[in-house]
Design a protein around this ligand. Structure first.
Ligand code: FAD
Length: 566
């Protein structure tokens, strides 16, 4: 049990109400602003040290960049070209730490780097990938398999989708993939299990101060309440919103972030025949083709975004670029009709070297612009632990020392190996097929039995919410009762993996889930209708903007809609 009296690691309506009450009445050691991977990671590591922690997020956990990444836990092969060896080494060590900490959410993934030029390219790519393997030496655990060279025939056997005239061979190497949003949610639940007070739908709007020293934050809830939260240190982990958060803390300019827009498109799995993920050098950056359940994710773009982070949209130009890149090397070209969905995120890059966002380093930076205020930005999903540790070290002076670190055990990761080894027997006990148990283990880790028990206790929850999808009612219910979902999009898009499906599938699932959870959550018919309307609106807006030719026209449309002119 956590200190707040709630079941360990459980986020719910009740835990949020309790967190808001505690934030308004007790003094936290650390109040973290931003529920992305960085904020959730800081909260988990700080709580593991025994600090009294609050975590506030204005929307939902992982609703910012941390659910819109390429979903790789990696060193970043392309950063080798920038000679960022230290960064790559650090990220590779973090890759193995993530594989060990959250084996249900972070998994090894083989990649193929197809070669197009007969002689020099094999030597160049082979040397790069060899160095990549070398830099990973000393990782915890067993590590990932080493790279190998494939001739033309073996490369085409592994990826028959590749254009025969474009491939002379390939290099196979390994990295790791993760469910980015679920990783964030697992970290926030871990923090809550260790006593952290987690409140989503809660914005940081200003600071409490005495002279130059920050003594807490002014928070505003989605319901319109305002509260004063006392803390010895306020940490801004607001990703692309860092400039706005710094302005609210009256510490403008303490850290400068260049936002870089990245779009991915999603196509059906049967459109690309390959047993491996694929990586291509575009000259300026890399292009990735990543397997994801019933889909492939293709990405990404990397362009400057000079507007406000909240105005972010994907456009026709982004989709054309992505399909164009893919079609250079696929034997069966993709068309618009193959695009099931798309998503867009902003990289919160720290501005310290180049104006070209593809060349800006993915290093992170921390600052302490005022006593009692720490800010962090930059970095990658992969390096959340390192970023969290740096924040704690920066906060040490205001905390008057740090309690010693304790090993972190992430919800679902703890006990995973035992559950995996004994899965067939446990599946029989739980009354489900081994295949279903395996699917649940991959999403919930050692907690999978909680879902299976729910299905046993309430057979109506064991059925798929929509025919053709594997997702059961029990998982939808769990998203609200344990994983902190408050709205339909929180549950469907960030906890249940439906965000990548075609719009009609998402809307059908939304209708089914509302009906299912409304009695448990006490949603009356007006609330059900408003949740459905909110979900439909989000999907329709994204479709409307993506029909615009470019960023400027999409932004004009957004402004026109906001002012009621369209
Ligand atoms: P965010 O996830 O954006 O979190 C910040 C949070 O702060 C948001 O949820 C926001 O709502 C909240 N917030 C802001 N202001 C306030 C306020 N005033 N009050 C309360 N809350 C507030 N990294 C990898 O390691 N691997 C990859 O494959 C990878 N691919 C990427 C692909 C793309 C296209 C992009 C854009 C990034 C990718 N990254 C990848 C980088 C990685 O996703 C980001 O570095 C990381 O997710 C940033 O996390 P964050 O917590 O800093 O920001």
């Amino acid at each position: 049990m956590s200190s707040s009296g709630w079941e360990a690691g459980r986020l719910s309506w009740e835990s949020r109400a309790s967190a808001l009450e505690k934030l308004g009445s007790e003094t936290m050691d650390l109040l973290v602003v931003g529920g992305g991977i960085v904020g959730a990671g800081i909260a988990a590591l700080a709580a593991a040290r025994g600090l009294k922690v609050g975590l506030v997020e204005r929307n939902d956990l992982a609703s910012g960049t941390s659910s819109r990444s390429s979903k790789l836990v990696h060193g970043g092969l392309r950063y080798l070209r920038m000679a960022d060896f230290g960064l790559v080494r650090e990220a590779l060590l973090e890759r193995s730490a993530n594989l060990a900490l959250a084996p249900h959410l972070v998994r090894p993934q083989p990649f193929l780097y197809p070669l197009r030029h007969r002689f020099w390219e094999r030597a160049w790519v082979g040397a790069g990938v060899g160095l990549y393997d070398l830099l990973a030496l000393g990782s915890v655990g067993r590590g990932l398999p080493r790279h190998r060279h494939l001739g033309r025939r073996r490369a085409l056997e592994a990826a028959p989708a590749l254009r025969v005239d474009q491939v002379v061979g390939a290099v196979e190497y390994w990295d790791a993939q993760t469910d980015d949003a679920r990783l964030v949610i697992a970290l926030a639940r871990t923090a809550a299990g260790l006593g952290a007070e987690v409140a989503t739908g809660t914005s940081f709007v200003g600071v409490l101060s005495s002279g130059d020293r920050i003594e807490g934050a002014i928070l505003s809830t989605e319901e319109g309440a305002s509260l004063e939260a006392r803390a010895r240190v306020v940490v801004l982990a607001a990703g692309p919103w860092t400039a706005e958060a710094l302005a609210a803390a009256k510490a403008e300019g303490a850290l400068s972030v260049v936002p870089s827009k990245g779009v991915h498109v999603v196509v059906p799995r049967d459109k690309i025949n390959s047993s491996h993920a694929l990586i291509f050098d575009t000259g300026r950056s890399v292009f990735l083709v990543l397997p994801w359940g019933r889909h492939w994710i293709l990405g990404t773009t990397d362009t400057a975004w000079p507007y406000r982070p909240d105005e972010l949209v994907a456009t026709r130009a982004d989709l054309e670029y992505l399909l164009g890149q893919a079609n250079q090397f696929l034997s069966s070209p993709l068309s618009d009709a193959d695009v099931e969905s798309f998503y867009v995120g902003l990289r919160p890059l720290v501005a310290w070297r180049s104006a070209d966002t593809a060349k800006v380093s993915r290093e992170h930076a921390t600052g302490r612009p005022r006593p009692g205020l720490v800010v962090i930005s930059g970095g990658k999903l992969t390096t959340w632990r390192k970023m969290a540790e740096d924040v704690l070290r920066t906060a040490e002076v205001d905390l008057g020392g740090l309690p010693p670190p304790r090993p972190l055990r992430i919800v679902g990761g703890e006990g995973f190996e035992e559950a995996r080894k004994d899965l067939a027997r446990q599946a029989r006990d739980a009354g489900c097929s081994e295949a279903e148990a395996k699917r649940l283990l991959g999403r919930y880790g050692s907690e999978w039995r909680k879902i299976a028990s729910l299905c046993q206790a309430r057979p109506e929850l064991a059925r798929p919410v929509v025919p053709g999808l594997e997702l059961t009612g029990a998982e939808a219910s769990f998203a609200f009762s344990h994983e902190g979902a408050r709205h339909l999009d929180d549950a469907l898009d960030r906890r249940l993996g439906l965000g990548l499906e075609r719009q009609h599938v998402r809307l059908a699932a939304a209708r089914a889930v509302v009906e299912l959870v409304a009695p448990e959550l006490g949603w009356d018919s007006a609330r059900q209708a408003s949740e459905l309307q909110r979900y439909r609106q989000l999907a329709e807006d994204a479709e409307r903007f993506v029909a615009c030719p470019d960023d400027a026209s999409a932004r004009s449309l957004r402004e026109a809609r906001a002012s009621g002119r369209s």
